[in-house]
Write a protein that binds this ligand. Structure first.
Ligand SMILES: [Zn+2]
Length: 238
């Protein structure tokens, strides 16, 4: 695992499976706000990193899937998410009830996911407060991007066009458990969708912002001055 600078005051810690699980830290006064919580195996490294960056003020979950809530119960900081995500963050199960693994085309991948999700998960997360569209988090604006999860949120900073978006967009091929070729993106596969049509709409909304940097939940950030086209094409992949 290594810490990477994403933008002014924004850091990315990559970990677990081939370093594909992302936790972001945003400088906020003396300490940092953590965006997304990765997997349970990352908890010690996340705690140490937050300490090195001045201390953890709060955790904001992009959404509550097992590989995004994993460290949250172990860090001693208040945890926030979107109101529509609270029941899933606080749920016992590692396998989110609306997942439909039968849609995954490769049988061994279909079979291994419940095991992976249980291994990645850190268990139920007590939610201390909520954030919704238009709220401010460490100099970023909260945007609601429902679809992949009902309460999926991203963070948007207009001044340098940086978007941290959790799983609004995938830079991985979740049907084969491998990265997409560099520079490629896709809407998350329907197997993981709460509402796939809404997921496509949310990804088009992100495209229309014309971001220069997109930090997603998995793999390295996308950068470029024509991400709009990349993201619009991504919305049509499934
Ligand atoms: Zn997810």
């Amino acid at each position: 695992m290594a810490l990477e600078r994403v933008a002014d005051g924004v850091w990315l810690l990559r970990g677990d499976l081939r370093g594909a699980m992302n936790v972001y830290f945003i400088e906020d006064g003396e300490g940092v706000v953590q965006f997304d919580a990765g997997t349970k195996a990352m908890r010690k490294k996340v705690a140490a990193t937050a300490r090195d960056l001045g201390g953890l003020k709060r955790i904001v979950l992009g959404h509550a899937h097992a590989d995004h809530r994993g460290t949250a119960p172990y860090l001693g900081a208040p945890v926030f998410c979107h109101p529509d995500e609270v029941p899933f963050a606080e749920a016992e199960e590692a396998v989110t009830p609306y997942f439909d693994l039968s849609l995954l085309p490769v049988a061994p991948v279909r079979w291994i996911y419940p095991t992976l999700l249980r291994r990645w998960d850190g268990g139920p997360v007590k939610i201390d407060g909520t954030v919704a569209e238009g709220d401010e988090v460490a100099g970023f604006e909260v945007l609601h991007f429902p679809g992949h999860a009902p309460g999926l949120i991203g963070l948007w900073r207009q001044r340098d066009r940086v978007a941290l978006v959790s799983d609004v967009v995938y830079l991985v091929d979740s049907t084969r458990l491998k990265p997409l070729p560099h520079g490629e993106a896709s809407v998350p596969h329907p197997a993981w969708a709460w509402n796939h049509q809404e997921a496509k709409r949310s990804l088009r909304r992100l495209a229309a912002l014309e971001p220069l940097v997109v930090g997603a939940g998995h793999e390295r950030p996308l950068r470029g001055d024509n991400l709009r086209a990349t993201l619009e094409a991504a919305a049509d992949k499934y």
